[in-house]
Ligand binder design. Structure first.
Ligand code: FES
Ligand code: FES
Length: 163
């Protein structure tokens, strides 16, 4: 068990770019992404796994990056909201649907919702409201009331590609 301040190597691919960095053993993946890589689209709210704001995709699975150490992403492929499109000016169909359905208010929670729902849509279609609400249930929003997110998810949920 390394000391929590012990420097450790992390070799991880984030949004298609390989990063080899030395971090403190206790550094969370969220802090690594935001502080070291300056990928500040991943937000930190509760810092204990409840709100979902910090959700990213690691090796295909949605994870709470506040609960995962950066060193646990050694050798992994990480996706953040910045990597959903190649061009920052583009929107994925899901992002576009979030915008049109007014699923964003302050936006603090939005990247977490996008990463959770993107991971879910890669697993399979989302075609009814109960299923959509189940997909959204792991994330908390304090502004929008979820109605727009459900509509956005159902609009794109029947298709499998290019979320
Ligand atoms: S900040 Fe990670 S779940 Fe809330
Ligand atoms: S849009 Fe403000 S917390 Fe979700």
């Amino acid at each position: 068990m390394p000391d929590q301040d012990e420097p450790v190597w992390v070799d991880t691919t984030v949004n298609g770019v390989r990063h080899e960095e030395v971090v403190d053993a206790r550094t969370t993946l969220a802090d690594f992404l935001r502080g070291r890589l300056r990928l500040t689209g991943t937000h930190v709210g509760c810092e204990h796994g409840v709100c979902g704001a910090c959700t990213v995709i690691v090796d295909g699975a949605a994870v709470r990056s506040c609960l995962m150490l950066a060193v646990q992403a050694d050798g992994a492929v990480v996706e953040t909201v910045e990597g959903l499109t190649d061009d920052p000016g583009d929107l994925t169909p899901l992002q576009d649907a979030f915008s049109r359905h007014h699923a964003v208010q302050c936006g603090f929670c939005t990247s977490g919702f996008l990463m959770s729902t993107t991971a879910a849509l890669r697993e399979g279609p989302v075609t009814d409201e109960a299923q959509a609400r189940d997909v959204l249930s792991g994330n908390i929003c304090r502004c929008t009331g979820y109605t727009g997110m459900v509509a956005a998810l159902l609009e794109v949920g029947g298709t499998r590609d290019d979320h």
